[in-house]
Design a protein around this ligand. Structure first.
Ligand code: SF4
Length: 443
């Protein structure tokens, strides 16, 4: 891995940088080779098409003031003072965007939420939030993807399509690579696509089992009952799941024969209302399978540092999801899962927005509340949100010009290295200074 390079020294040279992390999907592939010419990514090697498009679409940063207050240029210190005053005055500020920054910056963001008695959104989406709730309720037997690479011989994809959503997961971790106990790679593995519709993944599966639309919970429950040897009515099973009892008996027998099985599951592939109970049912099945063989569950999570946000909020508050600091002790905020819901409720009176652009991403009737409250934006580029912010900080770009730590969905921490230098401070530096101002006042 090369160190950060100053583009001003050799403006017309094409630089090739190895081991760059792609953050487009939850795979967080850390082996990408990136070619940069005049501060613009011009080619990639090893990235999939989706990842390559993500790198090539990045716009080189342009020179802008380090900070603006009400649209007028200001120094960093002036911006920090104004931002601290906004957060001190607010009764319930929103702190959002943790999944778009490093673990180090996330920790400061949570400290700020705590000091300002605000509410912090600790998950990337409502899907991730519901999935976490389901997993928390029953616990998860899980494994790193390195372990899958070395051991998994039965790979079950549960109503998901990793070939489209996480294109290199099979190649890097779960299907193709040779591992210690699966030396022949793909030839040593059985891929089963279990779901309610055919997709790209089912087209390469060894077995495809298709059930009725949105019957994931029922299928997992029947498989669980079969494991426990509970007698079942074949007609009722067929009516409820759309699969014959014989097929499910065969499927559970295959699962039991695994030396090391895994269920890969993309929570965002379900209806939002189903995710929590489907996740619970699948996790209960995996737990039961461990009475007869080794089996684990592996979520196919979202990109950037969404897994890190969840972990940091849990370390620092003992809660996950949206955490509210307005009471004496932090509390989970069950009815406000997302920024969208919080803004709809108009339950906050200021906002600190880290690398997010709600004015571009949400409907006007949702984000318009931000027009009535003071906002602080941290962003590497000018966005609709940063342009209308009370205080806008210009930061170095996450994923391009900052170092730090990010987490993959399997809980493995990856070191993020800058591929290009920046004259702007990182999110971590800005948030650390803001946090110091707020906590100093409290002390
Ligand atoms: S699989 Fe995902 S993380 Fe890997 S290169 Fe493709 S988009 Fe990027």
């Amino acid at each position: 891995m090369e160190s950060a390079i100053d583009p001003t020294t050799e403006p017309s040279t094409t630089l090739e940088i190895a081991d760059v992390i792609c953050m487009r999907c939850g795979c967080l592939c850390d082996d990408v080779i990136l070619q940069i010419h005049d501060s613009k990514a011009v080619a990639t090697k090893k990235a999939c098409t989706k990842g390559s498009k993500w790198f090539l679409a990045a716009i080189p940063p342009v020179e802008e003031p380090i900070c603006t207050i009400q649209g007028k240029p200001a120094t960093l210190e002036e911006g920090l003072d104004t931002a601290a005053a906004i957060l001190r005055t607010a009764k319930r500020p929103l702190i959002d965007g943790l999944s778009h920054t490093t673990v180090e910056a996330q920790q400061h963001a949570v400290t700020i939420a705590q000091a300002a008695k605000g509410v912090v959104v600790g998950t990337a989406s409502a899907f991730q939030n519901r999935h976490s709730k389901g997993a928390r309720a029953v616990g998860a037997v899980s494994a790193t993807w390195g372990e899958l690479r070395n051991r998994a011989d039965i790979v079950i994809v549960w109503n998901s399509d990793p070939l489209s959503t996480h294109p290199r997961h099979f190649e890097r971790y779960s299907l193709e690579p040779a591992g210690r106990f699966v030396p022949n790679g793909r030839a040593d593995r059985t891929l089963i696509a279990l779901g309610d519709e055919k997709n790209s993944t089912s087209s390469i599966a060894d077995y495809v089992v298709t059930f009725s639309k949105n019957r994931d919970f029922e299928v997992a429950t029947v498989l669980n009952a079969l494991l426990k040897q509970i007698p079942l009515d074949a007609d009722q099973v067929l009516r409820t799941t759309g699969i014959t009892l014989d097929t499910l008996v065969e499927l559970i027998a295959t699962m039991k024969r695994a030396k090391y099985g895994v269920i890969l599951h993309d929570p965002s592939a379900h209806r939002l209302s189903d995710i929590e109970h489907v996740t619970r049912a699948i996790l209960e099945l995996v737990t039961q399978l461990n009475n007869v063989t080794c089996f684990c569950y592996s979520p196919l999570g979202e990109g950037e540092n969404s897994a890190g946000a969840e972990q940091v909020v849990a370390w620092k508050t003992a809660h996950t999801g949206t955490v509210d600091f307005t009471a004496e002790n932090p509390q989970s905020s069950p009815y406000e899962e997302t920024t969208e819901e919080i803004l709809r409720e108009r339950s906050v009176d200021a906002a600190l927005l880290i690398n997010t652009d709600p004015l571009a991403d949400l409907e006007p009737k949702v984000w318009q509340w931000l027009g009535y409250v003071p906002t602080i934006s941290i962003s590497p580029s000018t966005t609709a949100t940063s342009e209308s912010a009370t205080v806008a900080f210009r930061s170095s770009e996450f994923g391009r010009s900052v170092s730090g730590t990010i987490f993959r969905s399997d809980g493995v921490a990856l070191p993020l290295r800058p591929v290009e230098s920046s004259s702007y401070p990182s999110d971590e530096e800005i948030l650390a200074k803001l946090s110091a101002k707020l906590t100093k006042r409290e002390g």
